[in-house]
Design a protein around this ligand. Sequence first.
Ligand code: CP3
Length: 382
Amino acid sequence: MCYKNGVEMQTTAATAGSPGPAATALTGRQRFLNACACQPVDRPPVWLMRQAGRALPEYRGLRQKHSFLDLVQTPELAAEVTLQPVRRFGFDAAILFSDILVTAEGLGQKYRFDESHGIQMDFALRSAADIARLDARALPERLQYLPRALRLVKTALANQTALIGFAGSPWTLATFMAEGGGAEHYTRALALFRKDRKTYFELAEKLTAAIVAHLQLQIEAGVDVIQIFDSHGGLLAPTEFQEASGQWIKEIISELRASTLRSRATAEDGPNSELPVIVFSLGTHGNWDDLLATGASVLGIDWRFPLADARRLLPGKIGVQGNLAPALLSDATPEVVAAETARLLGAMRGRNGYIFNLGHGVPPEARLENITALVGTVKNFK
Ligand code: CP3
C-alpha cells in the first residue's frame, strides 16, 4: 500500500502554485488522500455516505434479480455495485458495497434484509451466555468474500479513485445485535450499558477485536482509508459517550495503526504516514474532546451541526467531512441543492482537510438530478 506515495505526489502537485495544470491533474484518489492528511488540494474531494444503493436505477435493477445479501456476498456483484455510483457521478472515493452488520456475521450472528421485515438477525443478544457464543476466530474465513470484492474494485479503480473500507463502531453494532435487528428504539443495548456495565464491556471488547479483524481484512486487500460509522452514538447521553463508544473506537484505531505500521515496516514503502481514519459519529457533537481522543484523522459532521462551528472548534490538523442535509436530495430542487452545497463550500473555503459529503446517508428517494447538482457544484468550486 502506498499512503505515503499518494500523499506525497499530491502535495507536490498541489503546492506547486495556484491551481495550474499540476493541481488540476490530481486524481480523485490523490485529492482524497491529501484532504485526509490536511494537505492542499485543488478543490475539496466529494463522496457520499451510502452512495451505492437504492437511489440508483442500476442498483434497483440488480436487486430485482438478487437479494441484498447475495449482492454483498458475491464479490463480482459487490464490486459492480461499489463502482456504479463512481461511474455515474465521478466521485473522488468509492466505498465498498457491504454493511456494518457483516462484523456480526463474522462473529456467528447472521442477518438478513428485505423490504418488508428490515434487518433481522438469527438471534438477539439477551444474556451473557449469548455474548459468550460470539466467536471471532472464524471471522476471516466467514468474510473471505470481502477481500475478493475489494481486489476487483481496486483493479477497476486503477489508483484514480480512493477506496474506502468501513465498519460500525462497537456501540452502534451492539445496538443492532442486542435487539436482533433494526428496531424503533434501541433500548436493549442502553439498558445493558446502564444496568450491567461489566457484561457490556465484555461485549464491547469482543466487538472491538472483531471490528479490528474485519478492518484488517480490508486494509490487507488495499483500501486507502477507513471510515468508522457510529450512527447510534447520539442515543447515548453525552456523559455516557466516552465509556460506551468513544474509548472503543480509540482502541480500534490504535490497534489498526500499530498493526499497519508493523506490516509496512517490511513493505516496499517502509513505515510512513498514518492510516487515514474517518470517524462519523451521529448526534455526538457535544463530545469533541472524546471524538478527538479517538485518534481520527477526519471527523464526520452530521447535518444538524453548523459546519462553520466545526471549523472553528476543531484543530487544523484534523480533517472535516460533511454535512449537507440528506433530505435535500429527496425533497429539494437541484437549484436549492446547488445553493446549499455552495454555501457549505464557502464556509470551508481555504480550510485544508475538507471533504464534501452529506451529514448522513443518501436517502433511497434521492433524486438523481440533485446528486448531479451537488457533485457538479463541488467540482466547479473555485
Ligand atoms: O455507503 C455505501 O454506499 C456502502 C454500502 C453501505 C450499506 N450499509 C449498504 C446497505 C454502508 C456503508 C452501510 C452502513 C450501514 N449499515 C450503517 C451505517 C450508516 C448509516 O446509515 O447510519 C448502518 C446503521 C447499517 C445497518 C443497516 N443496513 C440498516 C439499518 C439497513 C436497513 C435500512 C437501510 O438503511 O437501508 C441496512 C441494509 C442496507 N445496507 C441497504 C444498503 C444499500 C438496503 C438494502 C436494499 O434495500 O437493497
